[in-house]
Design a protein around this ligand. Structure first.
Ligand SMILES: Nc1ncnc2c1ncn2[C@@H]1O[C@H](COP(=O)(O)OS(=O)(=O)O)[C@@H](OP(=O)(O)O)[C@H]1O
Ligand SMILES: Nc1ncnc2c1ncn2[C@@H]1O[C@H](COP(=O)(O)OP(=O)(O)O)[C@@H](O)[C@H]1O
Length: 198
């Protein structure tokens, strides 16, 4: 960071949090492809938005299709993908938004790195714990079939690793629990941390 001197702005995160009347942080969904990250993130955002929380979702569609459209799924590209997403999430937290991020983020090292960028206090980890067999049976996008046929390389859970988080803040088991039940557990946790001012 040679010759870069950050400017101090008069309006800061605290001011924006006061204006919006709630805190800002990141709710980060991690899990296999097809585990239910986007489904749950979408439902959680809707519930929070209806309670007038300023939310913003970061998901594969709006990131890998745009900002990160030059990145693939090698280890190096996943690291860069997640680094940029974490930096964007941090900016949105600074803007006063409750950020809902859904990315496979497969390794413990990835999530540690992300948490480091965003800050421990501002990072809520939600582990969408769905067994590989269930994700593969769902095969929402037909990608598992392609990965098994060798048409996609480095597919998470098939020929690329996924490490389950050891101490997530919240764990949901979508094969055992209805989405509505998972959503209400997540929303309850988030509402408490938001410290909404009436
Ligand atoms: N090789 C390989 N491995 C895993 N996933 C793949 C791959 N190729 C394409 N896709 C599609 O990309 C989505 C995952 O992107 P992410 O940005 O979340 O991945 S990562 O966090 O950088 O590992 C993932 O979306 P989700 O199904 O929503 O998880 C897939 O649709
Ligand atoms: N309890 C549940 N929670 C979340 N998704 C579920 C659940 N039960 C079934 N599903 C289905 O699993 C699929 C998950 O897909 P998606 O949300 O796109 O996963 P991901 O974003 O992790 O790739 C959806 O078709 C969803 O309807």
């Amino acid at each position: 960071m040679n010759n870069i001197v950050p400017h101090t702005f008069n309006v800061g995160r605290k001011d924006r949090n006061n204006l919006k009347r709630h805190k800002s942080f990141v709710v980060w969904f991690t899990g296999l492809s097809g585990s239910g990250k986007s489904t749950l993130a979408n439902m959680v955002e809707k519930e929070l938005f209806e309670r007038e929380i300023h939310t913003f979702s970061l998901d594969g569609d709006n990131i890998r299709g745009g900002l990160n459209n030059n990145l693939g799924f090698s280890r190096k590209d996943r690291e860069e993908n997640l680094r940029r997403i974490a930096e964007v999430a941090k900016l949105f937290v600074d803007s006063g938004s409750l950020v809902i991020a859904s990315f496979i983020s497969p390794l413990n090292a990835d999530r540690d790195f992300i948490k480091n960028i965003i800050g421990d206090e501002d990072f809520v980890e939600v582990f969408v714990n769905t067994p590989l067999e269930v994700c593969e049976n769902r095969d929402v996008k037909g990608l598992y079939k392609k990965a098994r046929a060798g048409e996609i390389k480095n597919f998470t859970g098939i020929d690329a690793p996924y490490e389950a988080p050891e101490f997530p803040d919240i764990e949901v088991k979508t094969d055992l629990e209805k989405a509505e039940v998972s959503v209400s557990r997540i929303v309850e946790y988030v509402l408490e941390k938001l410290e909404i001012k009436k």
